[in-house]
Structures are given as C-alpha cells and as structure tokens.
Design a protein around this ligand. Sequence first.
Ligand SMILES: [Mg+2]
Length: 225
Amino acid sequence: MIKLVLFDIDGTLVRTGKAGIKAFSQAFADEFGLNHGSEKLKFAGRTDYSLVREFFLQHGVTPTSSHFERFFARYLDHLEQVIVQCDGAIIPGVHTFMKELRALENAPAIGLLTGNVRRGAEIKLRHFSLWQEFQFGGFADDHEERDCIAAIARQRGCDFIGKKLSDDEVLVLGDTPLDVRCARAIGAKVIAVATGGHTREDLALHQPDWAVADLNAISAKDICA
Ligand SMILES: [Mg+2]
C-alpha cells in the first residue's frame, strides 16, 4: 500500500508557459550581463542549481555561493512577475488524481520532489492555488542532484508521517526519465506522465511502473491500494 506520494512540479503538476526559463534568462542578463545561451540549457528534469552551475561554467563565471545567491535573488524576483503573465495551466488529471488520493481510506501523505528551489516552487504553485496541497518536499536548495533530493523528500515524508516506510510504500510522479531514475534511486514506485516534454513511448523505455498519457488514465485507488 502506498503511504507517501511525491510529485514533480513542471510538466507533472503545472505548465508555466516557460515562466521559469524566462526568469532564468532575465536573471542571467540583469545580474551577470549574460544575454545569450540560456535557451540552449535543457531544463526538463534538471535541478535549478545544476542548471545555474552549467551556465556559469559555460560563461566563465566562477560558481561561488555568492554568485548563486545573487542569481537566485534576481531569478525569484523575475519569476514572481513573469508567472502572473504566463500562459500556463494545471495539467489535466491533476485535480482529480489529488482528490482521489485524499479520499482514500488510508490516504497517503503528499509532498513535492522537485528540481526547483523551494521559493521558486512556492511561487509557481501558489499561482495555480496548489501550494497548500503539499506540507513538505525536497527542493534544489536541499541538494544539487535530483537523486539526493529524492532521498531528502522521502525522509521528510517519513518524518511527517512519523514512521519509517518500506520502498514499496513510496510513489513518485514525474514527466522525465530523470524522474524515473530518482524514484529508482530511493527504491520507490514511479508513474511517468507524458505531459511534459516526453512521449509515453519514450518514458516507457525507462521502465517506470506506469507510463501514462496523463493522470486521467489511471486511478489513485488502483495504484495505492
Ligand atoms: Mg518535470
């Protein structure tokens, strides 16, 4: 039985109409005078810190903690503004799936497992009135590697529930092969949803427990029982 469910954000819960990518570009330009190149970064499934580090190294900026701090302060300012105008949406099936999870007799704890920094996750999800659905999570501020964020998210879930969980009691939802990988890194089950940049067939090659077009294709009851 599933007792802990961990959701990715971008491409899984919401689409932000590239608000995050725009805010990244603006922050690199404003704070470091770097006007080009962020469009070449591959964002899906990555963590914010690893993206910034990659961009810094490509452009000869030393990845010091003060450079990261400057970047993220500016990024979050921009994100708050850009998200308001973004052409985004909650992904089909999310509301129903969450509702089904909450309605289960032994409802699992629900948290986040994301490559966003915590405040970035909050800005994105608040915009869609989803932030209050999640009491805990693992974020890019916790670790630069997604597999390690997954371990932290799982631990926070266990702390929240007040009990150690076995591997088959944990479920991860995400939209990229990196989500499948980080779920496996913590021994969890995984649903891959083709609502981000990857097709269902593409995701199925990475052998998640379920690969679906979107969350309307599965029932929380069938998966969690
Ligand atoms: Mg994603």
